[in-house]
Design a protein around this ligand. Structure first.
Ligand code: NZQ
Ligand code: ZN
Length: 397
């Protein structure tokens, strides 16, 4: 087991009525002036925003709003949010939504506390770490990205089509209010994208070169079995409160670090997916299901026994004389079959972007590898040519 630090400072209030705690939690962080960040309108239509505003008013907290966050959240809106937060004198940023809204809120929290630095300079590495960051709170409306507990912020620079993550423990939210009832209004496609993303956050930590973390493996396998079973139940019946509760809790635990303690991460499928999201504005979860099978078939021989264990512990594949190779391939097949059962794409042709000419695949691979100068992932480190091979294998309808 490798050395690790486990830091999960987010206070989580989970269950029906959790939103009623918004004012109390904000006051606990001494907030007097809050910038509320939300998306394209679902939080207004559902009446959620009005409830939150009531709670803030009851605590004597003033607020300003930053609406309009789009999926694959844009740098320009985050910059606008920084200006608004500074002008308003915000002392806490409250995200009401999912990964895109939370990431915009985190970015605004970084930018507003460091107004003399251009936000994107943190993402490019020109400035390594912010001096300070405003506190972030979350009201979660979709189980997916896990940003409500994670240490990362993903933004898209729409001028260059670059989608990129950045972060550190300094952006982990101070509190998250999670009521599974709120997710019942999700479009089913979005719900399915979330289930895929949650599974992927654990898979990307499960396939690494470090063996021997028994507890971490067992936690990861338990989480994967849960999201596979309960994710399908929630997809089939979004008003199944218990299933949605399991999905939402899986989402928060899948990306706070727990399922990968004691070893590094891989995250190469996320890199493959982010390039698709940045260039074609596809939903994050769908970009992952579209490439995972191609990635897995490309790399499984690196450690077929690990894939076989995944098949046996997560999918219940019974060992027979055919051994690890057969179990590994069956595990990959069953994972893709699961994606299909959620109507998720398993190739590029099933995404809106469609099948692409090879030069586009190279462009994405070059982008992801900083012009071909770095390798991605740890399970089977990949250069631009490896990425193109994976994209090519997924490049069909
Ligand atoms: O904008 P509104 O109207 O709110 O609609 C949203 C949006 O269209 C809708 N939605 C959310 N909750 C709803 C709802 N519609 C009805 N009822 C509700 N209760 O869902 C749509 C998608 O929202 P989005 O926030 O984009 O989804 P998600 O949570 O999947 O977040 C995806 C983003 O997070 C990033 C992804 O790359 C992507 O940009 N990620 C962030 C991570 C992190 N910070 O740790 C890790 C992840 O790997 C991921 O990369
Ligand atoms: Zn993800």
């Amino acid at each position: 087991m490798q050395n690790f630090t486990y830091y999960t400072p987010t206070e989580i209030i989970f269950g029906r009525g959790a939103v009623k705690e918004a004012g109390r939690l904000a006051a606990k962080w001494n907030a007097k002036r809050i910038l509320i960040v939300y998306g394209g309108g679902s939080a207004v239509r559902s009446g959620l925003l009005a409830v939150i505003e009531e709670e803030l008013e009851a605590e004597g907290i003033a607020w300003e709003t930053l609406p309009g966050v789009q999926p694959n959240p844009r740098l320009a809106l985050a910059r606008e949010g920084v200006k608004k937060a500074v002008a308003f004198g915000a002392d806490l940023i409250l995200a009401v939504g999912g990964g895109s809204v939370i990431d915009t809120a985190k970015a605004v929290a970084i930018g507003a506390a460091n107004p003399d630095t251009d936000l994107w300079d943190f993402w490019t590495g020109k400035v390594e770490k912010p001096e300070q960051v405003l506190p972030v709170g979350v009201v979660l409306t979709i189980a997916a990205a896990g940003s409500e507990t994670s240490d990362s912020v993903v933004l898209t620079n729409e001028e260059t089509g670059t989608k990129k993550g950045y972060g550190g423990d300094f952006v982990r939210p101070k509190f998250a209010l999670i009521n599974p009832e709120l997710a019942a209004t999700l479009p089913r496609y979005q719900l399915a994208c979330g289930v895929v993303d949650i599974l992927m956050h654990t898979l990307e930590r499960y396939f690494t070169p470090v063996d021997g973390n028994r507890l971490t493996d067992e936690i990861a396998e338990g989480l994967m079995r849960t999201i596979i079973c309960e994710g399908k139940k929630a997809y089939d019946n979004p008003s199944d409160y218990d299933a949605m509760s399991e999905v939402m809790w899986c989402g928060s635990l899948s990306h706070n670090g727990l399922t990968g303690l004691g070893r590094g991460k891989d995250f190469s499928c996320h890199k493959l997916g982010h390039k698709i999201g940045g260039m074609f504005d596809e939903s994050h979860g769908a970009t992952l299901s579209a490439v995972w099978g191609s990635w897995a078939r490309y790399v499984y021989h690196q450690d077929a026994a690990r894939f076989a264990r995944y098949g046996r512990k997560v999918w219940g594949i019974v060992s027979d004389d055919s051994g690890d190779e057969a179990a590994a391939l069956e595990a990959i097949r069953r994972t893709e079959e699961f994606f299909c059962s959620l109507d998720m794409p398993v190739c590029l042709g099933q995404l809106g972007m469609g099948v692409q000419p090879e030069e586009v695949l190279w462009k994405m691979a070059k982008h992801a590898t900083n012009g071909g100068t770095v390798k991605l992932g740890s399970f089977c480190p990949m250069d631009a040519a490896d990425m193109v091979a994976i994209y090519k294998s997924a490049n069909h309808s």
